[in-house]
Design a binder for this molecule. Structure first.
Ligand code: TRP
Length: 358
């Protein structure tokens, strides 16, 4: 079985190892050319493939694009927010934004009806995307099932450019539903270039890298258009609140952006911390920040200011701050965040309805 399964459970894994094994470059090489963004500064976005091409286009005043897909898996939680933060970063850089809802993939690999996908995409994803600041007027959004003739034709034509060997070494012996989804995804990734070739970045977790690699191969070999090979960036996955995986099927592992303030606070209270067992020990040794899921939530999402995060890191890891105090900070922040976000989400409903004509 290949090392990465794009349809399997998301594993947290050793990012350095993955970068080495698959030839992903460190983002730090390009940090100077990227906007000053907390995801990059904090190493949450840690790697890339061919991002130079994308940045060259930007710096030379040419067209450039960003493309990503929504997998409708359930409620929208903080683990999903990282991608949206990246979309916003690329939108601010001036990239043309294309977003697909992966309803064909969900149908073929997760046994989800097109109707159910549609509902989840609208209620859980798009409304939250808009509330987080995405400007839908500037986004080319489509459901895979409604991608149009040219898109579906290309997705089938791309099959010609991959060998059995490439497919098997990348996906193992994948069932037809998976291969169909993969071919559909190559068409998604190249879609911003259908009108005219342009550098395109796809922000993903490492689990999606197999699709990126094969799309790059398809782009190189396809003769009916002069596609740029797509670029990609890779983000770390936030761990679950109890440690281990964050999973849509385990509500204790995540905070949804639609959770009530009360539930969110409860989940923070129950979260795994890196605090020591006794007060005496904690004061002596300090907290183990790396194993603290509350700190992770703060670093990924709730604290914008680096100096504030640093202050917390210092005080907590020296033992001066207690886990209860850290949790209190997180609870105050989440309350503020959720109240504002949920208000905005309500206001976003109309915009989203217009977009999807419902
Ligand atoms: N396969 C992706 C996932 O599981 C969803 C997806 C579909 C996607 N098309 C895409 C992601 C294009 C990035 C680009 O999350």
């Amino acid at each position: 079985m290949p090392e990465i399964d794009p349809w399997g459970d998301v594993e947290i894994g050793d990012y350095k190892q993955k970068m080495q094994n698959f030839g992903i470059d460190p983002i730090t090489d390009l940090e100077e050319r990227l906007p000053d963004n907390k995801l990059v500064r904090r190493g949450i976005v840690f790697g890339h493939r061919g991002l130079d091409t994308f940045l060259d286009a930007k710096e030379e005043g040419e067209d450039f694009a960003m493309m990503t897909g929504i997998m409708p898996s359930g409620v929208f939680h903080f683990g999903h927010k990282t991608v949206v933060d990246q979309i916003l970063m690329y939108q601010e850089m001036g990239a043309e934004i294309t977003i697909t809802a992966a309803d064909i993939e969900a149908y073929n690999t997760r046994d989800m009806s097109l109707e159910k996908s549609r509902e989840l995409v609208i209620e859980e994803y798009l409304k939250n995307y808009v509330a987080l600041g995405l400007d839908l007027d500037k986004v080319d959004f489509y459901f895979q099932s409604e991608g149009g003739n040219d898109y579906h034709l290309k997705s089938k034509q791309f099959a010609k450019h991959l060998t059995q060997n490439e497919v098997e070494s990348t996906y193992g012996s994948a069932a037809p539903g998976k291969i169909t989804s993969a071919l559909t995804q190559y068409a998604d990734i190249l879609r911003p270039q259908f009108g005219a070739p342009k550098p395109t970045v796809v922000p993903v977790g490492v689990d999606q890298d197999p699709h990126i690699r094969l799309t790059r191969e398809v782009a190189r070999k396809y003769r009916d258009a002069d596609f740029y090979k797509p670029s990609s960036t890779y983000n770390k996955f936030m761990r679950g609140l109890q440690g281990g995986k964050m999973s849509s099927s385990d509500p204790k592992s995540y905070i949804a952006l639609t959770d009530s303030v009360e539930d969110a606070k409860k989940k923070i209270d129950q979260a795994k911390t890196g605090g020591q067992d006794s007060l005496k020990e904690h004061r002596e040794k300090g907290a183990d920040i790396e194993e603290d899921m509350v700190f992770e939530l703060l670093a990924f999402h709730l604290i914008k200011d680096d100096s504030e995060l640093e202050r917390i890191r210092k005080e907590y890891s020296s033992g001066e701050m207690l886990s209860g105090e850290l949790k209190q900070i997180a609870k105050d922040r989440i309350e503020e965040f959720l109240l504002e976000h949920q208000q905005k989400r309500e206001e976003a409903s109309e915009k989203v309805r217009q977009l999807v004509n419902q």
